[in-house]
Design a protein around this ligand. Structure first.
Ligand code: C2E
Ligand code: CA
Ligand code: CA
Ligand code: CA
Length: 278
């Protein structure tokens, strides 16, 4: 018994040791990825249920690792957040997305909009005036509503001074705010009002379950959002059936594999070739 205990301890510490090393290696590689331009922004269309047209794109980052291939943001974003690397990486992503929007507006659709994911770490660690992509945005001179930032509910819960200030300044700069993965956190009506939220994005898990309890949840979220004057985007729409139910419920926009996966610029442009209006 004693012996096997020792043995499992040895395995455990070996596994722990390996995990720590893998993590350190990834952190080193993440720094290198930024220096060597290994990130790429993919885009996924958000489609209006009223017109059937693409009204905005969501920027979703990918790490194209030279030997490991595409690494998912679910893996490296948390690490980038822990190390603070999310600030320079996030600035790079937003700068890319803004320049891309500017190009697409000139080439395909002057009304197209862009959604950019912002980590809570970014909104906590920088002052509005130091956020480098805001300067890019101001140079572009887009009118109000061209850019939406997507944040999660957790950010609104503990009223932090810097976060409040940054969100307010973003609004004043014409940036709209969407709550991502809505329904999985704890935000209340009061928060949505207080922070002047513009859009709710219904979490994919509810859309997946639209034939079940998700139906009631979506009904409630859409009714609440509309009563507050907010737009609603349903995430993770994969089937015609889900789309049909969402139209019935009066949802405004859908996003998901039914229309398109997130794709690199050259591929997503094929969807923008058709003339479109908001
Ligand atoms: P998210 O912001 O909730 O993004 C939606 C995720 O759902 C994306 O995963 C997207 O590819 C996926 N998705 C979209 N439609 C469907 C569908 O119909 N079915 C299914 N099964 N999935 C769908 P992705 O691109 O792997 O991103 C994962 C998460 O990583 C994002 O969740 C976001 O939290 C984070 N992330 C991605 N890009 C960025 C970024 O530029 N900055 C920050 N801070 N976070 C990012
Ligand atoms: Ca998002
Ligand atoms: Ca989401
Ligand atoms: Ca998410």
């Amino acid at each position: 018994v004693k012996n096997s205990g020792r043995k499992s301890f040895r395995y455990y510490s070996r596994a722990l040791h390996d995990a720590i090393h893998a993590r350190l290696r990834m952190i080193r590689n993440l720094r290198k990825a930024l220096e060597e331009n290994q990130f790429e922004v993919y885009y996924q269309p958000i489609v209006s249920l009223k017109t059937g047209h693409i009204t905005r794109m969501e920027a979703l980052v990918r790490w194209i690792h030279p030997t490991q291939g595409i690494i998912s943001p679910d893996i490296f974003i948390p690490l980038a957040e822990d190390t603070g690397l999310i600030v320079p990486i996030g600035n790079w992503i937003a700068n890319q997305a803004i320049k891309q929007l500017s190009y697409w507006r000139k080439k395909y659709n002057p009304e197209l909009k862009m959604a950019i994911n912002l980590s809570p770490v970014q909104l906590r660690s920088q002052e509005f005036d130091d956020i480098s992509w805001i300067q890019t945005l101001q140079r572009e001179g887009f009118h109000s509503g061209a850019i939406t930032i997507e944040i999660t509910e957790g950010l609104l819960l503990n009223s932090e001074t810097r976060v409040n200030h940054n969100l307010k300044m973003m609004h004043q700069a014409g940036i709209q705010i969407a709550i991502d993965d809505f329904g999985t956190g704890y935000s209340s009506l009061a928060y949505l009002r207080k922070f002047n939220i513009d859009f709710l994005k219904i979490d994919r898990s509810f859309v997946e379950d639209l034939q079940g309890v998700g139906y009631e949840l979506c009904t409630a979220i859409i009714a609440m959002a509309h009563s507050l004057g907010l737009g609603v985007i349903a995430e993770g729409v994969e089937t015609e059936e889900q789309k049909k139910l969402l139209i019935e419920l009066g949802c405004d926009y859908i996003q998901g594999y039914l229309y398109s996966k997130p794709l690199p610029v050259a591929e997503i442009e094929k969807l923008l070739i058709l003339p479109m209006h908001d």
